[in-house]
Ligand binder design. Structure first.
Ligand code: GFB
Length: 320
């Protein structure tokens, strides 16, 4: 990929999109463009077509999506399905129409069956029932995977998908109802410490496991894939996408204890088992990406420390 390629990051303001922008700039890519909400609502096909016709990028990264934690997914089910379907369909079709040379579509580990064999290999896709709480989002992301693959098979488009594990880091959403677990715990323990609260509520039983990747690692994997992997490398292996994971997971209770210790909260942890646990485990098998030459490098403890430092430095404008 030439350093002068015009690269569109759809979702450039989000945690993933902004980290990818930083990683591309650090690698010397100078021709990055964005698509702002006031230029086009990504759910509006004509507005996306008009933007792409006018800007004609060489490369497109789809990091734009309606995202959230388990509660948001289970509450806004219609929006999670409709918005994500429209965003991906408009961007992928518009890219084809204007001849985008390479497109990378990002999804999530929730695309896999609730009880997929662990660690989860790419071949497990569509092999079983999805987790109910995030089924709409999962179906939208699976459709995006299949759209990229179908455009490769029908039109020869160099479009493929990567499925990251649970992500966290600078720029995350810290809204206590809509966010993912790690930012939610960070905010809860921080506020508990500053207010002198004697306890913090953690949702669920704390027994389920998650594989957490620091978003700067994810951004590094995205740049690696853009520079070293083509759609043919994926589809000719008989898979429809490639996993991005750290290779290790922790229980939610171990995560809570780690965040609590790093922040220095002295109170108790109380588990609210009336809240859903979701999928019992989502450990990604990232061996294919490792074989291609990429490994994650930021440990969970280091990632939490960096995120908390960012949280303290940006507390006045974090998304709450
Ligand atoms: O991160 P999270 O919301 O999403 O929840 P998923 C992970 C686990 O943490 C669940 C527990 O068992 C939650 O019950 N948890 C404990 C909490 N305390 C909290 C809290 O205060 N807030 C939140 N949010 N969780 C998402 C999917 O599933 O994973 C998305 O719904 C996406 O679509 C994302 O795929 C990566 O990991 O369960």
């Amino acid at each position: 990929m030439k350093k002068t390629e015009k690269i569109l990051i759809a979702g450039h303001k989000g945690m993933v999109g902004s980290a990818v922008g930083r990683a591309l700039k650090a690698r010397g890519y100078t021709n990055l463009i964005n698509i702002d909400r006031n230029e086009a609502d990504l759910r509006n096909q004509q507005q996306v077509f008009d933007f792409m016709e006018a800007n004609r990028p060489d490369v497109v990264i789809i990091a734009a999506a309606k995202v959230g934690g388990i509660m948001a997914n289970n509450t806004y089910r219609g929006e999670f399905l409709y918005d994500n379907l429209m965003i991906e369909a408009n961007l992928i079709e518009a890219s084809r129409r204007v001849g985008v040379k390479k497109l990378l579509f990002l999804g999530s580990s929730c695309i896999y069956p609730k009880f997929a064999e662990q660690p989860i290999r790419e071949e497990s896709l569509l092999s079983g029932t999805l987790e109910f709480t995030n089924e709409p989002y999962a179906i939208a992301k699976i459709t995006g995977i299949k759209l990229c693959e179908s455009y490769y098979r029908q039109y020869g488009c160099n479009y493929f998908s990567a499925m990251p594990t649970n992500l966290y880091g600078p720029g995350d959403n810290f809204d206590l109802e809509k966010s993912h677990v790690l930012p939610a715990l960070m905010r809860k323990f921080h506020e508990g410490k500053t207010t002198g609260s004697d306890h913090v509520i953690v949702w669920g039983t704390g027994t389920v496991l998650r594989d957490f990747m620091y978003v700067e690692d994810l951004a590094s994997a995205v740049v690696f894939l853009l520079e070293n992997v083509s759609a043919a490398d994926i589809y000719e292996k008989g898979i429809s996408h490639i996993n991005i994971g750290t290779g290790s997971d922790v229980t939610i209770s171990a995560l809570a204890e780690l965040v609590k210790d790093i922040i220095g909260f002295q109170g108790k942890i109380i588990y609210d088992a009336t809240k859903p646990d979701g999928t019992p485990r989502k450990l990604m098998d990232a061996s294919r990406l490792h074989e291609l030459g990429w490994e994650s490098s930021v440990s969970l403890e280091e990632g939490i420390r960096r995120t908390y430092k960012w949280f303290l430095e940006n507390s006045e404008n974090i998304k709450r």
